[in-house]
Design a binder for this molecule. Structure first.
Ligand code: 9MJ
Length: 694
């Protein structure tokens, strides 16, 4: 088919506009409006046209983001106006002093501030000439940076051309946009997973990964690393329409030019509101898709900014209020081994106390023996400890250049450090386990704690300190002993008042009324979590039927594989486990049994015995945090309608419910083409399902 040249020119321009609009919707707005396959089709059409008509290729075409050959070295770019750094405040007192200075200099009683999260990334400058991205540079020393234009062009949220004319008005003849390049947490996790799979070194944090990606001489590598960009200001500019009054208007203007601008920005008046914003953003940091390391306060009025001016290398009108560091370096004093409920021996780093992420940390997990080898951790090393959000602190890396000659290697013990039984590591397993079972006091304590936990027998007030004392004083050995405890035995313990002893006894008594599913879960059978316990209860209906089932029968239960079936059979073949169960029943622990009915019902509707409608019999996996619903609530709602919630995504999964900051389950769902629901989608499904039921 022959095309008229003017039609081709128009189509090429149209395709570029559509493609960049979809890039914007996808990478900036986070709301894609077409399926990926359709986007790919448009992209291919443009590529083909450009191949046939090479004279139409322009540097701002979306097909030209990647494809430049690797550089030998970066050249230098002198910033038109210096890229200064921000002064720092580490506590509220320093923010108060900053606000006081600003008020005094301006001679006014209260000041309006634009407040923003402080990204933990790399500052860059993007220069647009007549609306076309010409150069992009790192901050460098503030005066001279490195020319990383080719790499920045691979970041799809950075416009290659400012072509929104009418909304933003006339395009300025020169515009320098400043902002931060970073790696989203989800992309960082994915990158490190890939590095692990390829036996390559993992990155310590998203910032280091972003810095490494931005400074690649081969832009093809940068493109694969998936970077993000947020604009937070304007440097030099010439020409019309750039706002001259307020910083928040500058940000709105950048957003109208389709730059990503952080949603969490706000304009506030006065110190109290600044500090309030800082506290809110601190509380929210774990849910944000990127790392932030503080709050930035900027005097909003640009004329006031000019009046305030600069001191040495930092503006007097802006301040970075830094969060407590999430990472710190400290000495690894030793490696202890903790024994868990299933006997797993976990190496735990004993650290010289260090202040990190707002608390003093003395221990951090080292996960398992292989992790220690992979990270090459030695006792006596200087280690980097990270405490991100509220998760358990972990040792992320070793500073090998600081390694003293006296370091010692860790050796996984071949006997349990608590009970002395043999410790073994089975083939294909990452964990070494104590073989002592309930003979091992550590496992006993953990087993009792698990038995009493909220989702199991739900015994209020039976915490780890109390269980520790009860086991150490030989007052109890097994969960069954809990029901034989007298108030005097409890009250005799240190720090136990009669009243609280009475409360615990009442809670133990109350826990006797339970369900079969909870009871099975409470037994702590290896590989039997809540969902499997519920499946077993629904399938067998009575405990005796479950106890009587052999591996083959257990294997017939939907969703139970050979490994789980074997663990269940092993558990019930131990006479001491059966004895404990008998003692529990004799003490009055009871549940409603479901003679005869259960098995048939469960077989007709796999994995569930109740419900109808769109949710019934469907398998759901949850990942990320939803804006309004807690994980437990979602689970309850789905189960109430006969749905099933499992922990991992497989071909059998029907829906993945994804919230903010989803994990690898999300990627797996995409890979397998499983339907992904957000909170609104989930609620709609539940509603429709409910309507089907009624
Ligand atoms: C960051 N890192 O998020 C500035 N920044 O403004 C924000 N950095 C900045 N603003 C002037 N939000 C110099 C640096």
């Amino acid at each position: 088919m022959s095309e008229r040249p003017d039609q081709v020119v128009r189509r090429v321009q149209e395709l570029r506009d559509i493609i960049e609009l979809h890039n914007y919707n996808y990478y900036v707005q986070d709301t894609p409006t077409i399926p990926d396959a359709e986007f790919d089709k448009l992209f291919r059409e443009l590529e083909e046209l450009e191949q046939r008509y090479p004279h139409l290729v322009t540097p701002d075409s979306p097909t030209r983001r990647v494809g430049a050959p690797p550089l030998k070295a970066f050249s230098q770019i002198v910033h038109r106006t210096p890229m200064l750094s921000l002064g720092n405040a580490f506590d509220e007192g320093e923010v108060e002093a900053f606000d006081r200075r600003v008020r005094q200099t301006l001679g006014i009683s209260s000041v309006e501030y634009a407040v923003e999260p402080k990204f933990d990334g790399l500052a860059v400058s993007l220069c647009y000439e007549d609306g076309i991205l010409r150069t992009g540079a790192t901050r460098g020393d503030g005066y001279v940076g490195e020319d990383v234009t080719l790499n920045l062009r691979t970041i799809r949220s950075i416009p290659l051309a400012l072509r929104v004319g009418n909304r933003a008005g006339q395009t300025p003849s020169f515009l320098e946009v400043r902002g931060e390049v970073l790696m989203l947490k989800a992309d960082f996790e994915k990158l490190n997973r890939q590095q692990r799979e390829r036996n390559l070194k993992e990155f310590i944090n998203p910032r280091n990964a972003a810095a490494g990606a931005l400074r690649q001489l081969d832009p093809g590598i940068t493109a694969m690393r998936k970077l993000a960009f947020f604009a937070y200001g304007i440097g030099a500019y010439e020409g019309a329409n750039v706002p001259r009054d307020k910083h928040d208007q500058v940000l709105d203007y950048l957003a109208s030019l389709r730059f990503p601008v952080v949603l969490e920005r706000r304009t506030v008046v006065g110190l109290a509101a600044m500090l309030q914003y800082n506290r809110e953003i601190w509380a929210k940091r774990g849910q944000l898709p990127y790392d932030i390391d503080g709050t930035v306060y900027k005097v909003n009025d640009l004329a006031q900014q000019v009046k305030l001016g600069f001191v040495s290398r930092a503006p007097r009108f802006a301040l970075a209020h830094k969060f407590p560091a999430q990472e710190a370096v400290t000495e690894l004093l030793g490696i202890d081994v903790q024994v868990g409920r299933t006997g797993a021996l976990t190496p735990v780093a004993r650290l010289r106390p260090v202040f990190v992420g707002g608390v003093t940390v003395t221990n951090a997990t080292l996960h398992n023996e292989d992790e220690i080898r992979r990270k090459d951790v030695m006792i006596g090393d200087s280690v980097i400890v990270r405490r991100a959000g509220d998760v358990i602190p972990e040792v992320v890396a070793v500073q090998k250049d600081k390694r003293p000659s006296s370091v010692k290697a860790f050796v996984m013990p071949d006997h349990c450090p608590v009970c002395g039984s043999k410790a073994v590591r089975l083939q294909g397993e990452a964990m070494t386990r104590c073989t002592g079972g309930l003979y091992c006091p550590a496992q006993r304590k953990q087993a009792i704690l698990h038995f009493a936990s909220r989702r199991a027998m739900n015994i209020h007030g039976l915490g780890d300190k109390l269980v520790e004392q009860l086991v150490d004083n030989a007052a109890i050995r097994t969960p069954a002993d809990l029901y034989k405890l007298g108030i005097s035995a409890l009250a005799a313990l240190a720090r136990m008042a009669d009243k609280s002893a009475g409360n615990v006894i009442d809670a133990i008594e109350k826990s006797k009324d339970t369900t079969l599913a909870r009871f099975i879960y409470a037994l702590g059978i290896r590989n039997v979590g809540e969902t499997t316990a519920r499946d077993l209860a629904a399938y067998f209906g009575t405990l005796d039927r479950l106890i009587g089932a052999d591996v083959e029968i257990l294997g017939r239960v939907p969703d139970i594989g050979p490994v789980v079936a074997q663990s269940i059979a092993d558990f019930f073949s131990e006479s001491h486990n059966l004895e404990i169960i008998e003692q529990l029943r004799a003490s009055g622990v009871r549940w409603k049994e479901n003679e005869g009915e259960a098995m048939r019902q469960a077989q007709s509707v796999p994995g569930t015995s109740a419900g109808s409608g769109k949710v019934r019999g469907k398998t759901f996996v949850l990942t990320g945090s939803l804006p309004n619903l807690a994980r437990d609530e979602v689970k309850e709602k789905l189960e109430a309608q006969g749905g099933k919630v499992t922990g991992s995504v497989s071909k059998k999964t029907d829906f993945v419910v994804a919230g903010a900051d989803p994990g690898s389950k999300f990627d797996k769902a995409i890979e397998l083409g499983i339907i992904i629901l957000d909170e609104a989608g989930l609620l709609q499904l539940l509603q429709e399902s409910q309507a089907d039921l009624s």
